[in-house]
Design a protein around this ligand. Sequence first.
Ligand code: PLP
Length: 356
Amino acid sequence: MKKNWLDEQIQKFSSLGGYVKPELHTDVLKLDSNENYVMPKQFQNDIITHAKKNSDIRGYPLGDVERLIESISKFSQVPPDMIGVGNGSDQILDLLLSNFASKQTKVLTSKPTFGFFEERCKLYSIPLISIPFSDDMKLDIDEFSKNSESADILYLDSPNNPTGFQFPKNKLQKLIKSFEGLVIIDEAYGEFGDYSLSNMVKTQKNLIVARTLSKSFGLAGLRLGYFIANQKLTDVFMKVLQYPYPLSTITIESGIIALEKSKLMQDTAEEIKRERKRIIDTLKKYDVFDVFDSKANFVLFDAHDSYKRVYSALVEQRIAIRKLGRIGNHEGCLRVTIGTKEMNSKFLLAIRDLLR
Ligand SMILES: Cc1ncc(COP(=O)(O)O)c(C=O)c1O
């Protein structure tokens, strides 16, 4: 073995830095991580109480993931053998990248795309073909078609984090049909968008749709992601690539109960969409901001050269949003998560006071 092998490996990894999490503030309104505080605390209490009753964590959860998959199957209306699970959709994306991609395979995606996905590609030295957003934060589907042949994997978060953009359904379907490699459509924010492509998986063998309970069900801390794909891909993923026990017993039992309460989730998603419109319309009244349309549970806006000041002033008011900085030609981007009516009103009032 080479003498400094380990030092060199550590040096290589430390130069990457990793995924940058939001700044940690205590006792603030959390509008920085696209979580969902509109789902009531009572929902969480109910599912945890039930999960506790149904769990014996002295044993491994042998056979239990299968019951969860049955519940996801009913909820998503796709057969259970087309469903796999992971420790958050983060882990599903990571396993797909670490096993299907390499230095030799190219990933076609947008710029920006989900930050963790980009970081993982860097970690595995996977080359990216990144299509930039236009100044009004839209993507040109033709740019993707033009580059399709040079790519092995197509990854799109639909809606996109951090812009909130979603392609019209028919355009995205057409692109997917023409793509010959692996297609990963990340629908972490799918319930807030205009459509889901989970049904397309039944006819499109190279398509994986990744989903999560983190956003729509307000269960980010549970770490429960799933995907829908054709049987062969699902089988190999769950038997060979996935860990033997990727989800804790508590996560499995909580997930089963959460999915039974999907009506509450759907009502909440509708409320978030209404509040999203209120935030966009109000922010648009200030001509110091460029505000972008969104199909997700957050809104991106450019506060230009005052974005750091806006961010810090909000923190002083105990409101945390996400400071992103430059995206394309937009120098001062900020992203605010849609919270409860009350949280959103506090945010909008703080902005009003700041700009007075
Ligand atoms: C686009 C996108 N995909 C996936 C995830 C990860 O979600 P999970 O909590 O299921 O790991 C996120 C989280 O922010 C996201 O923004």
